[in-house]
Design a protein around this ligand. Structure first.
Ligand code: BG6
Length: 506
């Protein structure tokens, strides 16, 4: 049995989509596994006037796919309380404090408090100030604040936000969520790198030619057009998830797998990423916007036809780019990244492309050659939907002659393992309960990521060329392929090829 956690959660944004889709199911899984038993309570707050009963019904609905028993449902939801709340109204915090104190006594919560801010960032400052001024922050237990993205919209706004939060909470009380850090295979990057001498000894510019990170989505902006049109793929995905993945791939070996060492190494890696000037940013990063397209018999609309999107919008729904890392380990190794909405499929993977052998001694025999080179070894880390790794190696084709062909050593977690493994939010909530911030982003990481992204954004804002487009269902605009091909490389993962070969893309 696990150690039972004791805490009061106050969720600002308790009626929101994130709470329903991610937080309530994750809290329920923690409850089912015994991490949360008697000594927990949740206050959901938002503007709407809901009763506790109605709130509990909503929470129960969000758990349908987890098929709780009647008994589980009744017991779990009985820990939920609702408080209608206007974040600017001091009176409301007085009620909140009263409720928090009552629940603390009823459930013996030892003054442990987790404040979850799942609202627009412009409210964060007001909320944390009131938490302090109205003494909702306790002196008896721990106080932690979990903050959802986006953490600012550029460096300046992020810094302001950080200052507001830091005026009330210390860095070690702040848990900035990047849900990619809760994903099984993202956590596995460190296991692959530091648990296998065969890789760590090759993990540098002597043996690696380039690294490719693809986070592809096959849906459009859905009902989030309003937010997304202000944000775009660069801020929505690159500033956080992609740069976090790059940092984990690029960082030096930490002394110990501990919060402090890992964060220190990630910060150093991010600090070593080259900050581009305008010309470099335009050369090394391309953007794209999806237009209508068909995959098989399914038709998709273009971005400009989406709800709450400006008809003339220049917001990018796709980004591909190259990061360069100026340190001994990575000098000269491009880290290519790409991400976008409405691409061929929803999947995330990392391809580590090793350099070719110095000489191809089989050159007359090889069937599968590029520039008379042997196919390159590629280590692939599959993040989602399947989880696992593969490594392509060259072997001799069976039979007479000496044809060399790549073979793939492939390991995937079974569907059952994937289904039973904790969801990203579940792991992160448990980490926050345990006070472990390893898989949360430190301010220095957020700050440097904004600096990196801001120069790209500024270069694009100056650039009035038409935004390249890509048809829904493809892997981005032609420019994304040119970007890597002009360096003499190519995207290893091309899921759209199959659709094209089968005449399914138009
Ligand atoms: C979020 C972005 O951070 O990540 C969304 O705001 C995106 O636009 C999502 O869809 C992707 O996350 P996942 O876990 O579905 O790959």
């Amino acid at each position: 049995m696990f150690e039972q956690q004791v805490a009061l959660f106050t969720i600002f944004g308790g009626t929101g989509d994130l709470a329903k889709r991610k937080l309530y199911p994750s809290l329920f899984r923690l409850y089912r596994k015994g991490h949360l038993q008697e000594h927990f309570a949740i206050i959901g707050t938002a503007r709407r006037e809901w009763t506790d009963d109605y709130y509990r019904e909503i929470v129960a609905e969000s758990l349908t796919s987890l098929t709780p028993t009647e008994e589980e449902l009744a017991d779990f939801t009985s820990h939920f309380y609702y408080q209608s709340h206007n974040v600017n109204d001091t009176d409301h915090y007085i009620h909140l404090k009263k409720l928090a104190t009552e629940l603390d006594e009823r459930y013996q919560l030892k003054g442990n408090r987790i404040f979850y801010l799942a609202m627009a960032p412009n409210f964060f400052g007001t909320i944390v100030n009131h938490l302090e001024s109205e003494k909702i922050i306790t002196e008896s237990g721990y106080n932690r604040v979990i903050i959802e993205k986006p953490f600012g919209t550029d460096y300046a706004s992020a810094e302001k936000l950080n200052e507001e939060i830091r005026a009330v909470f210390a860095e070690d009380q702040i848990f900035r969520i990047d849900h990619y850090l809760g994903k099984e295979m993202i956590q596995n990057i460190s296991a692959v790198r530091f648990g296998n001498n065969i890789f760590e000894s090759l993990w540098n510019n002597r043996y690696i030619e380039n690294i490719q990170v693809t986070l592809a989505e096959d849906l459009g902006v859905e009902e989030r057009g309003g937010y997304y049109d202000q944000s775009g793929a660069l801020k929505d995905m690159v500033q956080n998830h992609i740069l976090q993945v790059v940092a984990l791939l690029a960082m030096e070996v930490p002394n110990l797998f501990s919060e402090k060492s890992i964060r220190e190494e990630k910060i150093k890696a991010l600090n070593a990423i080259r900050l581009y000037d305008e010309e470099e940013a335009n050369r090394c990063f391309v953007r794209g916007q999806y237009t209508a397209g068909n995959v098989g018999t399914q038709s998709y609309k273009g971005y400009l036809e989406e709800e709450n999107v400006e008809t003339q919008s220049r917001t990018e729904t796709f980004v591909a780019g190259k990061f360069l890392i100026d340190n001994f380990r990575w000098q000269g190794v491009p880290f290519y990244v790409r991400t976008g909405k409405q691409m061929t499929t929803k999947a995330a993977r990392i391809n580590v492309v090793f350099k070719p052998t110095p000489v191809n001694i089989f050159r007359d025999e090889v069937t599968c050659v590029k520039n008379n080179q042997l196919p390159q070894n590629v280590l692939t880390i599959y993040i989602q939907p399947t989880e696992g790794f593969s490594l392509t190696l060259n072997g001799k084709e069976i039979g007479p002659g000496f044809d060399i062909n790549p073979v793939k050593l492939d390991y995937r977690n079974t569907t059952e393992m994937v289904e039973n493994s904790p969801e990203a939010y579940e792991k992160l909530l448990l980490d926050a309960l345990n006070g472990d911030a390893t898989n949360f982003t430190h301010w220095d990481e957020v700050a440097q990521s904004w600096r990196i992204v801001d120069v790209i954004r500024a270069a694009w804002d100056q650039n009035t060329d038409p935004i390249p487009t890509y048809a829904a269902g493809t892997m981005g605009p032609k420019e994304a392929f040119d970007l890597i091909e002009k360096d003499g490389h190519e995207w290893v993962w091309r899921p759209d090829d199959w659709y094209r070969e089968n005449n399914l893309l138009s």
